[in-house]
Design a protein around this ligand. Structure first.
Ligand SMILES: [Zn+2]
Length: 171
């Protein structure tokens, strides 16, 4: 009986620990590793209410710029979706995985307007260009799961039609 209770307690403890570990993981895995090459500060996450396309998005900004404005540091701001997409790419993954990022990436330096320099724990360095198309990425990353089967079907039908049309054109 005592043994049983111990197992239950252990399960409870692990569950709580797991939840704590998962909570904010997406936030912490970037916040201590994305660096500004101009002032050397860590990047910080901030939520933009809505951008010009009416799309809600998290962005990462140099800590100096976030508190002091672009005059304090001109470090480039990067969208979280783009950051995750490029991170997944350099890690060789189809989808972003915060555990893989934590394990392998030492730091990411945001260079210029469109370049990210990934420093791996094993000493490897990969530079990767990033670009962010709000509308396109919003639909692929955020909305994909929310769209119902109905929408997917109509999309597929439209595309089938389109490819049929394309074939007729090329013939
Ligand atoms: Zn900076």
């Amino acid at each position: 009986m005592e043994m049983f209770i111990q197992v239950q307690e252990e399960r409870k403890r692990r569950k709580a620990e797991g939840q704590r570990a998962n909570f904010g993981k997406n936030i912490t895995c970037f916040s201590c590793r994305v660096k500004c090459p101009i002032c050397g500060k860590n990047y910080m996450r901030n939520s933009r209410s809505k951008n010009s396309d009416g799309i809600k998005a998290h962005i990462w900004t140099c800590g100096t710029r976030l508190t002091g404005g672009s005059k304090a540091c001109p470090g480039k701001t990067i969208n979280e979706i783009a950051l995750k997409r490029v991170s997944a790419k350099v890690l060789g993954l189809d989808e972003f995985d915060s555990n893989a990022f934590d394990e392998q990436i030492k730091k990411v330096i945001v260079i210029g307007d469109d370049l990210l320099e990934f420093h791996f724990n094993d000493g490897k360095i990969i530079s990767e260009k990033w670009e962010y198309n709000a509308r396109k990425e919003y639909w692929t990353e955020e909305k994909r799961r929310e769209r119902g089967e109905k929408l997917k079907k109509s999309w597929r039908m439209k595309n089938d039609k389109k490819s049929n049309n394309d074939t007729s054109i090329t013939k």
